[in-house]
Design a binder for this molecule. Structure first.
Ligand SMILES: Cc1cc2nc3c(=O)[nH]c(=O)nc-3n(C[C@H](O)[C@H](O)[C@H](O)COP(=O)(O)OP(=O)(O)OC[C@H]3O[C@@H](n4cnc5c(N)ncnc54)[C@H](O)[C@@H]3O)c2cc1C
Length: 451
């Protein structure tokens, strides 16, 4: 069936999914039933653009963490995901995609990636399935308005997003008995998710909690970061301080950028840093460069180095302790001449060095905008959604899935799993829906994860 032809013939559907990201594609596939009119509306010229660039193009699809750990990565909001994870979790997702021909590998930190290291492979597997089922994806179709008709169905206004100034606007009106809003957050708007879905939900009476860019790099004061630009630190412990109080800490990898710090540890810490930064609170990070050594063990190590090499200079001690790029920065902060012989290093200088190794502090001055944020914190209020079905508690027939919800997690494959799990649950809930019954019933899923 030619999807375009189907669209021209029939503007009324049983289910319209807004957004061809992971959540929307999964919802569409799982809501499929023979003879049912389903279509996906996607504003961009191509579907799944964000999925295709995820994980630096490799797609960290999910994580091997247990369900409890997974929920913890979402913070307080995590408990909303209990139901969707109970029905469709990490191994379900991997098996699901394996059945579509994608093989996976497990990497450090429990992160799963496709064997091919290609996010495109995952997107194509889902798009092929959508094609097989004959579900049309109407691309370049930007949903601009949505309203509910007296019979409980929905009217959607859509138009092609103008890419050229001379391009004429083509407006469309579509009707549907059910709508799945899977329009993503408002981060990385060039991939299509620009936050327009929040306004659609608000128009139908839903509340949107305050939105913040999350999983972002952090800008730091002065030119220290610039001097260290490109230096990646592995196995460091980074503590976030807000108003001189410890707010959170993370162990792992980070990198210095021209304007500050980034990398997995920093992105995760940014979840706690952005709001205080926006409200002008004092924010700093402290990098423990020797997390495996406590102060007294590190002191012993310094004493041993100094004793064994007491004719060497300060610079050679720093070489033994630090990545090369950091030496000049340490020399400058410590104000100890690099050619000072180690036997002349006094107790105070040794203490200063030890403290700096354990607490390399940088004041955080800001963060990038939504344009460069991996996810959006905040979204459609979870209190207004039935977590067992993903259906709105306010508007029957309206479902939500993915990042448009007030849900966000650390890096590690957690966000994509949430998009797929909530998409799956919304789709399955709709699969149990009958035209004449009052609401959806979740079908038993055992043994028929997908058809
Ligand atoms: C650079 C980057 C790397 C990432 N890497 C990872 C990773 O490795 N692992 C991980 O777990 N997470 C990762 N994420 C996060 C993850 O990609 C998102 O959380 C996930 O894509 C959300 O899925 P979604 O389907 O809810 O929304 P999206 O993927 O954002 O899809 C929403 C779709 O809706 C469309 N849309 C929006 N509004 C409208 C409208 N009004 N009308 C029609 N269509 C509309 C958009 O064009 C878009 O295609 C990454 C994010 C970024 C930006």
């Amino acid at each position: 069936m030619n999807p375009r032809a189907a669209h021209k013939e029939n503007q009324s559907f049983d289910i319209i999914v807004i957004g061809a990201g992971p959540a929307g594609m999964m919802a569409a596939i799982e809501s499929y039933r023979q003879g049912r009119g389903i279509c996906i509306l996607e504003k961009m010229p191509l579907p799944a653009l964000k999925l295709k660039i995820s994980g630096k193009g490799r797609c960290n699809i999910t994580n091997a963490a247990t369900r409890e750990e997974f929920l913890r990565h979402f913070g307080k909001q995590g408990r909303f995901l209990k139901a969707s994870f109970a029905h469709f979790f990490n191994t379900d997702l991997l098996q699901y995609l394996q059945a579509l021909g994608v093989e996976f590998k497990l990497e450090r930190g429990g992160r799963y990636f496709p064997q091919s290291d290609s996010a495109h492979e995952i997107a194509e597997a889902l798009l092929n399935r959508i094609k097989e089922l004959g579900i049309p994806i109407l691309t370049r179709t930007n949903v601009t308005d949505i309203s509910r008709l007296p019979d409980g169905s929905f009217r959607l206004s859509a138009a092609n997003p103008k890419h050229q100034p001379a391009e004429p606007i083509q407006a469309k009106t579509l009707y549907s008995k059910n709508v799945v809003l899977a329009s993503g957050g408002k981060s990385y708007p060039k991939t299509g998710s620009d936050g327009s879905g929040y306004a659609l939900a608000q128009r139908l009476g839903h509340t949107v909690t305050p939105l913040f860019p999350s999983l972002v790099a952090l800008y730091t004061e002065g030119d220290t970061a610039k001097k260290l630009e490109g230096l990646a630190l592995k196995n460091v412990n980074v503590t976030l301080w807000i108003n001189h109080k410890k707010a959170s800490e993370q162990f792992g990898e980070m990198v210095f950028t021209d304007a500050g710090v980034s990398g997995p540890v920093i992105l995760s810490l940014s979840r706690d840093a952005v709001k205080p930064l926006d409200s002008q609170q004092s924010v700093s990070i402290s990098i423990d460069l020797k997390p495996a050594l406590d102060h007294s063990t590190l002191e012993q190590r310094l004493l041993r180095e100094i004793r064994d090499h007491n004719r060497r200079q300060m610079s050679s001690l720093l070489e033994a302790l630090l990545p090369r790029k950091m030496i000049a920065v340490f020399v400058e902060i410590l104000s100890i001449a690099p050619d000072k012989p180690l036997h002349q290093l006094n107790t105070q200088e040794r203490k200063q060095l030890r403290l700096l190794l354990k607490d390399f502090r940088m004041r955080v001055t800001g963060h990038p905008s939504f344009d460069d944020a991996i996810v959006t914190s905040g979204g459609i209020s979870l209190a207004e959604i039935d977590s067992q079905t993903m259906q709105s508690k306010i508007v029957p027939g309206l479902y939500f899935a993915g990042e448009v919800l007030d849900l966000d997690a650390d890096t590690g494959g957690f966000n994509l799993q949430a998009a797929f799990s909530t998409g799956w649950l919304a789709g399955r809930s709709l699969q149990g829906w009958e035209p004449n019954c009052s609401g959806p019933q979740l079908r038993q899923t055992t043994g028929e994860k997908h058809k």
